[in-house]
Design a protein around this ligand. Structure first.
Ligand code: HGY
Ligand code: MN
Ligand code: MN
Length: 414
């Protein structure tokens, strides 16, 4: 009987995998573009599922394309799960999501190398379409995994390019046969970059995530009268372009006025016919509102809709809205945040508790099992940008906290 050694994270191996995955859908500036269910996403999925199999995991793909690799424990039963996502935004970095999945695989590799068994099964997962930027809502795969979003609704979702989730999933070969929703994992832990400036500015090594802030995504379509840019007097215009600009300015001012954690973003805007000498007939834009406090987030939504009412009256435009995503703030269980903090401190890491400004699959899993997140710093808080960066030693530090937390939760050999 070989005696188990102490499992160790191999930072070089983790970095190699991050770079190999980052090379798929690589774009100028060192980032990657792997929008959900595109060919690049497929290529990333194929690579990661290959690594899962090389590590001896039994891999299943479910009906929405979530991939789960399981390492058997001494006892059967619900696994302790690590995971995140490998889809990216169009101008993504190498770490958002990818780190949580590949650090989970690195934990498995470390346990394999050390010959360490666990009492409970260990799972590593990546969830479909966490970003939500091609197909809303975000966290789509984990919402279906937990049963919060019906599979049929997800499969019938049409994206910003007119594609349908179910068709794209079949096209890339990831419409799996594992049924959804899944039985709840025993626990879920997600290592992720902070994507904000706090840890980096305060030179703190590990973020203990206490909650994820509320998210409100709305698509706004404004209809007006297309007209000649040169001949139409300003007093006769019914201009969706101007109305869109008014909304953009309004949400910025609203966030400043509400203060605190309130943020507001117009990230996507389209004009039709989008020509220099034509007053637009139609404008479509999205508003992303977030706040750690649900009541204030609802106030922000109400203020936005009141502004739309004023625009309808003033500019005589038609305005319709479509809710793309809505999540209330999610607190993580105190015993899970305490667990993360204890392991990070035991490894001599500086820690700080903080909310997450970004949405994550962990907030969805928290509805069905004890869930937690470990943050590592993002240099200058940059993310959803090819310049996203976390130094290798900080990636390794995060993976080591993940290793010891998972070992405790899964009952690894001492
Ligand atoms: O939008 C978000 O917070 C995440 O990146 N899906
Ligand atoms: Mn992410
Ligand atoms: Mn993201």
């Amino acid at each position: 009987m070989t005696t188990a050694k102490t499992p160790r994270i191999d930072g070089e191996r983790l970095l190699r995998r991050l770079n190999d995955l980052g090379a798929i859908g690589a774009i100028d500036g060192g980032g990657c573009a792997r929008l959900a269910l595109t060919d690049a996403d497929k290529a990333g999925r194929d690579l990661v599922c290959g690594w899962m199999r090389e590590l001896g995991l039994s891999v299943s793909i479910d009906a929405i394309g979530n991939a789960v690799g399981i390492r058997a424990g001494r006892r059967p039963g619900p696994p302790v799960m690590a995971g995140s996502h490998i889809d990216t935004v169009r101008t993504g970095g190498r770490y958002d999501g990818n780190l949580g999945v590949l650090a989970g695989l690195e934990v498995v590799a470390a346990l394999n190398d050390a010959g360490v068994e666990t009492e409970h099964p260990l799972a590593v997962a990546f969830f479909t379409n966490e970003e939500g930027s091609r197909f809303a809502p975000d966290m789509m795969g984990s919402l279906v995994f937990t049963g919060e979003l019906p599979l049929a609704t997800a499969l019938d979702t049409v994206g910003i390019d007119g594609a349908r989730v179910g068709d794209e999933l079949a096209r890339i070969g990831y419409a799996g046969d594992t049924p959804v929703p899944h039985p709840a994992p025993r626990a879920y832990v997600e290592l992720h970059i902070e994507q904000g400036p706090v840890l980096d500015h305060e030179s703190v090594e590990i973020g203990v995530v206490e909650s994820v802030q509320g998210i409100s995504w709305t698509e706004i379509e404004i209809g007006g009268v297309s007209n000649h840019a040169g001949t139409t007097p300003m007093s006769l215009r019914c201009d969706p372009g101007w109305a869109a600009g008014s909304i953009i300015a309004f949400v910025r001012e609203l966030a400043r006025e509400l203060g605190g954690s309130q943020v507001a973003t117009v990230g996507r805007i389209e004009f039709f016919p989008n020509l220099i000498n034509v007053v637009p007939e139609r404008a479509v834009l999205t508003v992303d509102l977030r706040n750690t406090d649900e009541t204030t987030l609802q106030q922000a939504e109400a203020r936005l809709h009141a502004h739309l009412d004023a625009l309808r009256a003033q500019e005589k435009v038609t305005i319709t809205t479509r809710r793309l995503a809505r999540f209330e703030p999610v607190p993580f269980a105190p015993e899970m945040t305490a667990l993360i903090e204890r392991h990070a401190k035991a490894q001599g890491r500086s820690t700080r508790r903080l909310p997450s400004g970004a949405g994550h699959d962990a907030q969805i899993l928290a509805a069905v099992c004890p869930a937690a997140m470990i943050f590592v710093p993002s240099v200058e808080g940059i993310s959803h940008n090819v310049r996203e960066f976390t130094p290798p030693d900080q990636l390794e530090a995060g993976a080591n906290v993940l290793l010891s937390v998972l070992c405790e939760l899964a009952g690894a050999d001492a």
